[in-house]
Design a protein around this ligand. Structure first.
Ligand SMILES: Cc1ncc(C[n+]2csc(CCOP(=O)(O)OP(=O)(O)O)c2C)c(N)n1
Length: 333
């Protein structure tokens, strides 16, 4: 629990990178909440508080391994190496956005980074991951797929169909359940009879773990183990990461269903603060470096915001571009 040894196989630069990425996600979400919040769009879901999962998980895979995301996808996008300028521009629906402003917050994807997309449909990522994993296996590519989903999605039928088939066909998929305790306003224990989702893994014939999703190193180590199994033909693993979303379901959610005490308790378990303490204790960073990283992160966020603001809106005449394989003219037949 957020205090053990730092992994020896990671260099100081890699360990610091983990910190930088988590901080970048946190600051990005704070900026989005402050500025995009003025537009009063309910379509933005922030990842604040859950940073350790995406960053720890993506640290455990290669650049060309794949991930599928959820409606809460900014963190996964940044953790997989996506560019924050084009992420910010996408959220603002601008031409310079990663999907040319067509997708918005819930549909960010960057195929060049093997980030196969956020997804507005709860639970739709795992079946996509299954297809990609099957392709990887049939082509003998040796690539694995991480598929992130929430506790709400965990009770969707297609998740179970995906886990069953992945295990039966020994596909290289890691099912990463981000249990942030709520599916919108429903506490997970009101919709699920078991305490730990990971025991379900046994029913499909795969390994299952429940871990502290706020401990970035525990996430990294557990996913690494699952990735090694998957790469060696051992099939999928289910990993439940317990965590908490600090903000409402969307940036417009008044969030009245959770007590201030509960929120405070989880904020005290901040994944970034805990990791920072470990890095200082391990003499990997010092106070001066922390200050520098903080400043550099804020500059990056400012730049991305400026980039998004100054970018132009997509030309309406291109609305059908990239929708059909063979382009058709808007208004044509
Ligand atoms: C199939 C489907 N059902 C319902 C919704 C509406 N919806 C959007 S987010 C959400 C809650 C999802 O909870 P969870 O899977 O735990 O993810 P979290 O938001 O906590 O990250 C719901 C019900 C949807 N987008 N898709």
């Amino acid at each position: 629990m957020n205090g053990g040894e730092l992994p020896k196989e990671l260099s100081s630069d890699e360990l610091i990178n983990i910190y930088k990425k988590m901080l970048l996600i946190r600051k990005f979400e704070q900026r989005i909440t402050k500025d995009f919040g003025k537009i009063k769009s309910p379509l933005v879901h922030t990842y604040t508080g859950e940073e350790a999962i995406a960053v720890g998980a993506c640290m455990a895979i290669n650049e060309d391994d794949y991930i599928t995301s959820t409606h809460r996808g900014h963190g996964h996008f940044i953790a997989k190496g996506g560019d924050v300028n084009s992420l910010m521009a996408e959220i603002y629906g601008k031409e310079g956005g990663i999907c040319k402003g067509r997708g918005g917050s819930m549909h960010v994807a960057d195929f060049s980074k093997s980030m196969l997309g956020a997804n507005g449909i709860v639970g739709a990522g795992p079946p996509l991951a299954l297809g990609v994993a099957l392709a990887s296996k049939m082509r003998n590519e040796g690539k694995v797929v991480l598929t992130f989903f929430g506790d709400g999605a965990a009770n969707q039928g297609m998740l179970h169909e995906s886990m069953n088939l992945a295990a039966a066909w020994k596909l290289p998929v890691i099912f990463i359940l981000e249990n942030n305790m709520y599916g919108w306003s429903t506490p997970f224990h009101a919709a699920t009879a078991i305490k730990d989702f990971s025991i379900r893994a046994q029913g499909y014939g795969m390994k299952g773990f429940t871990i502290d999703g706020n401990d970035v190193i525990e996430v990294y180590k557990t996913i690494k183990e699952a990735v090694d199994i998957a790469r060696n033909g051992g099939g999928p693993t289910l990993i439940e990461c317990k965590t908490y979303r600090w903000q409402g379901q969307t940036i417009m959610d008044p969030d009245k269903y959770r007590s201030p005490e509960e929120k405070e308790e989880w904020k005290n378990r901040c994944p970034i603060k805990a990791y920072k303490t470990r890095l200082i204790r391990g003499e990997i960073i010092d106070k001066v470096m922390i200050q520098e990283i903080e400043e550099m992160t804020l500059v990056k966020i400012d730049e991305s915001f400026k980039f998004a603001k100054e970018n132009k809106n997509p030309d309406p005449s291109t609305v059908l571009d990239n929708v059909y394989k063979k382009p058709i003219k808007y208004g044509g037949n």
